[in-house]
Design a protein around this ligand. Structure first.
Ligand code: SF4
Length: 580
């Protein structure tokens, strides 16, 4: 199937400050889809050339701070340069900043000149954006439009709904913005109807990384070895999220619905990438595994035994309730990232994660028991945070110091289109505004009221959120220090800080969560049976039924004692034994 105008070509530009080691999955998939529809498309990678001109270390350093964006903001808005110099002063001295502006201008102009003969007026230049590419994309797009008269299209981050509309209004050289369903929308705009539905992902071909591969091969050997050698080609297991209800989340914003690739499609992608690029540097890309994961892992391990253990999966807590699932993950050496988010009940309810705190704890216990590499983070600074949420988290952590702590504390970021953004009153937001130290600095004041950003600062009706940050960090650090105490001393951990041994009628629980050596609790009879029964989350009424020959008051006394000794966790009428 041809485009309506077969002389039209799509040039997909990958601009600074994208990652040097992670070729874009989205645009590689887009290229493959376009190729399949006989659309003439190529991926251009000026970010590699720019990084070479700066030096890889400098590129990485300035891309991690606001400086990279500020350089291109100064090129877009020359009158704003003095304010930028002042604003980024803590990151870079003015002389160095000015030099970067000058060098970047030369680079971009030479790059644009170099495309003469390659770009025709009817051609489309598509900029697909990740978070840190907006200002370089705007500047380069403006140059290419002015110099070659090409059609400029923007897609990706910053392009959804009013964000995209405001970009187009402020920068009229942008002909199209594509907020979601990239491949489908591009084909539509080209007058094609090849993809019947945007979510029919199982149809999609293997991402085409050829242009990235060729660009990497053109890099100077030293630069390539040092900065690009450890690259990753991504394989998409699924896109979007089948849950899609967390109040803070906009991960789904680029896709209109959840879709997964078929197992056969994923196997085909792996085969194709392994053989085409002769590399095992392949990474899974997904937000949230669905229920095909068991079958998928079994098939992948059968097909590629040498790749066993390299499939990293993401789960909702409620998707890994059974210990059997954790056993399977362990047997297949699957590391997991889990959406725990919070240990405070009310906080979690407003995050709307769809699971209970006690279920997170059960998952972490099973992961510890089966030695599954389990990562998760804890969010804080959400607008509905209260002192009680911090206190509640602290209380819960005192029960679970033997389980793996979060790898990160994530500061909440308010994003356009999230449920919190759409219902600010419900979530305690008093006022939303441009991020003062980011877009507020990068954009000249006269533009502020006309730009709809993707990220926001906010004021909350709940006091003390910012002031609490240090205490959150201290709390989690204390947990990390205890959990990894042996590793920090260069010793391996012999036992979990709360574990069981059993013989005959005796169950001993060894508890070292206070960091003062092990204290042993010995259980037998009903006490032991009750503790073992609650190895998975049990409701009170099920406990009563299970132990119908024991007086209820006696059961209640035992449960209360377990909870007060922190050997069990209780949430509402649910109980969970904690020993691993
Ligand atoms: S945070 Fe995770 S589970 Fe929640 S909506 Fe986003 S992707 Fe889905």
């Amino acid at each position: 199937m041809k485009t309506n105008d077969t002389t039209k070509k799509i040039h997909i530009l990958c601009v600074p400050f994208t990652s040097l080691t992670m070729p874009s999955l989205e645009i590689s998939t887009l290229k493959a889809v376009l190729k399949e529809h006989d659309v003439d498309a190529e991926i251009l990678t000026p970010f590699y050339d720019y990084a070479c001109s700066l030096g890889g270390d400098v590129y990485c350093r300035i891309s991690e701070s606001i400086v990279g964006q500020a350089i291109f903001s100064a090129l877009l808005f020359p009158h704003h340069q003095p304010a930028l110099e002042k604003g980024i002063g803590e990151h870079m001295p003015p002389d160095e900043f000015r030099q970067h502006i000058q060098n970047s201008e030369c680079f971009c102009r030479e790059y644009a000149d170099g495309l003469a003969g390659k770009l025709k007026e009817s051609d489309i230049v598509l900029f697909h954006l990740y978070v840190s590419q907006l200002f370089p994309a705007l500047y380069l797009a403006k140059l290419l439009y002015e110099k070659h008269g090409v059609q400029v299209w923007f897609s990706g981050h910053h392009c959804q709904g009013q964000c995209g509309e405001s970009l187009q209004a402020l920068f009229p050289f942008i002909r199209q913005v594509i907020g979601r369903d990239l491949e489908h929308r591009v084909l539509q705009l080209l007058g094609q109807s090849g993809l019947a539905q945007p979510h029919q992902m199982w149809e999609y071909p293997t991402p085409d990384y050829d242009d990235f591969g060729a660009a990497m091969n053109r890099l100077p050997a030293g630069f390539k070895k040092e900065h690009v050698g450890h690259f990753w080609l991504q394989v998409e297991f699924s896109r979007g999220c089948w849950w899609n209800q967390c109040s803070f989340c906009t991960l789904n914003c680029q896709w209109s619905s959840f879709a997964h690739k078929s197992v056969d499609g994923i196997i085909r992608d792996y085969k194709s990438l392994l053989s085409t690029y002769q590399t095992t540097q392949i990474l899974v890309n997904e937000f949230n595994s669905d229920d095909q994961w068991e079958n998928l892992i079994r098939r992948l391990n059968e097909e590629f035994p040498g790749m066993r253990g390299t499939y990293y999966l993401l789960f909702k807590v409620s998707a890994v309730k059974e210990e059997r699932a954790m056993q399977l993950l362990a047997e297949n050496h699957i590391p997991i990232l889990v959406g725990v988010e919070s240990f405070a009940k009310d906080y979690l309810r407003l995050i709307n994660k769809g699971h209970r705190v006690i279920e997170s704890i059960q998952l972490l216990k099973f992961a510890e028991r089966h030695h599954v590499n389990c990562s998760y983070n804890i969010m804080f600074s959400l607008p509905f945070e209260r002192e009680e949420d911090y206190d509640e988290t602290k209380r819960v952590i005192s029960y679970i110091k033997h389980l793996v702590p979060p790898f990160d504390l994530e500061v909440f970021r308010l994003t356009y289109g999230s449920p919190i953004y759409n219902n600010p009153d419900r979530y305690g937001i008093e006022r939303m505004m441009l991020r003062k130290d980011y877009e507020g600095l990068l954009l000249p004041a006269e533009i502020h009221d006309h730009y709809t950003p993707f990220f926001y600062d906010f004021d909350s009706v709940n006091p003390g959120i910012r002031e609490r940050e240090a205490r959150w960090r201290e709390l989690i650090q204390g947990w990390i220090d205890l959990y990894y105490a042996d590793a920090r001393k260069g010793q391996s951990k012999l036992h979990c800080l709360l574990y069981k041994r059993q013989w005959d009628n005796v169950l001993d629980i060894y508890d070292a969560r206070e960091g003062k050596g092990y204290h042993v609790h010995t259980l037998w009879g009903v006490e032991r049976a009750l503790y073992e029964y609650c190895d998975q989350v049990r409701e009170y009424r099920d406990i009563i039924e299970q132990f119908s020959t024991v007086e209820e008051s006696c059961l209640q006394t035992l449960l209360d004692a377990f909870v007060s000794q922190k050997l069990m966790f209780k949430e509402d009428a649910n109980y969970l034994s904690l020993a691993v």
